[in-house]
Design a protein around this ligand. Structure first.
Ligand code: NDP
Length: 444
């Protein structure tokens, strides 16, 4: 079978699922040569099997709002692949949630989780529920209603969800509470839990920390470090503040932050009380980064993105498609050396192509932001052992994992001229481990 034949078959089978088909194409394109070169994988038809979820659960979620009105949402859990461990992936509550978007996210999660070196399979779930404007009571009732069906499909050795868009620590608490009541057992069935009931230290900042550890490895490959480097960060949320903190720790200087209203340029660097202020801004649900400019007397650029500022390293940490072709051109013209994705899919395909053509080292979120789910894996380990590790212990393990992810990308993505294609490296490394496990398990 050729790659085109394969895609035609997958497309015919998954009509009306554009996000999922796009993800399959992007991943399979980069691993096809490795796949067809191994007759064992072809004979076992691993590629057709790996794009088919092991199980999808779709269910009704009825709930009552504060005024007594009854609503119905649709809940999902895509249990995509359990070849290397129990299903693991977040729950998203957002009106855009549908089967296609969750299959796309679940599929990507297989490879991200495989890269972490930890035993976690891939899954994703959620509901087409709009969390905006809901009261705490409504969030609790919805989370509980969602769990009243989902609980029977979960378990610490079966499927371990976490938060995602619209699902923060509060909702994880509501869902965990209902799970515990229905099952009558206290188990590590969620990650991102509260610190008093099984959560791991460092989990909130793990994604940002991990992204910087990954970028540090990219710099080391060029014989460089963060020391004295100027860094552009976007967003001001969890990933952004963790990344900003760690860049400071490693001797670099973050000079930008952004929000939906524009970006700020702080030539002295964002550090100390300024990072505390970022955390406050995020916690207050205030989406005006302009407030930072007023408080610290720096320049604010309304409606613009930070990629026009001359920097050595760019770290998009906010949202999908926030860095396009024009932005990539600016970065290349201003001499940026490294782009490391903290967010999921922040760069458009055209931007990535231009960066790679100009030999800017580019790391996809799948590898660079895997520190979040990796630390979730560490949370599962602590729960299984009924122990709680110190900050330093978790941080040290996170660093080791990010270095291992980087090494895998280099192993499979290094070109003859020494340039590393991190996208190809991440996809192949993630795939090989899962594919070999599937082979070992026979046709199931
Ligand atoms: P947060 O909601 O904490 O932060 C996102 C930040 O980006 C917010 O400050 C948000 O502002 C801002 N933002 C929204 N739209 C724009 C825009 N158009 N331009 C600039 N800034 C904008 O989310 P996280 O930090 O948790 O996640 C950020 C990204 O990282 C997402 O893509 C997420 O999927 C990914 N990720 C997160 C992980 C984690 O562990 N948290 C793990 C792996 C990936 P506002 O609040 O006003 O919308």
């Amino acid at each position: 079978m050729t790659f085109n034949d394969f895609m035609n078959k997958v497309t015919a089978k998954n009509q009306g699922e554009p996000e999922f088909l796009q993800a399959v194409k992007e991943v399979v394109e980069t691993i096809w040569d490795v796949y067809v070169a191994d007759p064992r994988l072809v004979k076992a038809n691993i590629m057709e099997r790996i794009v088919e979820p092991e199980r999808v659960v779709i269910f009704r979620v009825p709930w009552v709002d504060d005024k007594g009105n009854v609503h119905v949402n649709r809940g999902y859990r895509v249990q995509f692949n359990s070849a290397i461990g129990p299903y693991k992936g977040g729950c998203r509550f957002h009106p855009s949630v549908n089967l296609s978007s969750l299959k796309f996210l679940g599929f990507e999660q297989i490879f991200k989780n495989s890269l972490t070196t930890l035993p976690m399979g891939g899954g994703k779930g959620g509901a087409d529920f709009d969390a905006k404007g809901k009261t705490e009571q409504e969030m609790m009732r919805f989370s509980q209603a969602f769990m009243m069906e989902l609980f029977r499909h979960l378990g610490p050795n079966t499927d371990i969800p976490a938060g995602d868009i619209g699902v923060s620590g509060r909702e994880v608490g509501f869902m965990f509470g209902m799970y515990k009541k229905l099952k009558n057992e206290f188990t590590g069935v969620f990650t991102g839990k509260g610190q008093n009931w099984g959560g791991s230290l460092i989990r909130p900042e793990a994604t940002g920390f991990g992204t910087v550890y990954f970028a540090d490895q990219m710099l080391k490959l060029k014989g460089e470090s963060f020391e004295g480097k100027k860094v552009a960060v976007s967003g001001f949320g969890n990933v952004s503040w963790g990344a900003t903190q760690k860049v400071n720790d490693l001797g670099g200087k973050v000079v930008t932050l952004s929000g939906p209203d524009g970006y700020i340029y702080d030539p002295d660097g964002i550090k100390g009380e300024k990072i505390d202020y970022m955390v406050e801004m995020r916690a207050s649900n205030n989406d005006q980064v302009e407030d930072y400019a007023k408080k610290f007397n720096v320049e604010f650029f309304p409606g613009k993105r930070p990629w026009e500022v001359p920097v050595d390293i760019a770290m998009p940490c906010a949202i999908q498609n926030e860095l396009n072709l024009e932005d990539a051109k600016n970065l290349v013209n201003n001499g940026a050396k490294v782009l490391c994705e903290g967010a999921n899919m922040p760069c458009t395909p055209e931007a990535i192509q231009l960066l790679q053509e100009n030999k800017v080292l580019f790391a996809p979120g799948k590898a660079a932001n895997a520190g979040g789910v990796a630390t979730s894996g560490l949370e599962m380990t602590q729960n299984s052992m009924r122990l709680k590790w110190s900050r330093d212990e978790v941080d040290e393990k996170l660093q080791t994992i990010m270095i291992a992810i980087h090494d895998q990308c280099v192993e499979y993505g290094k070109k003859p001229d020494g340039y590393v294609d991190y996208i190809k490296g991440a996809n192949i490394a993630g795939f090989v481990k899962v594919a070999n496990a599937m082979l070992d398990h026979g046709v199931v």
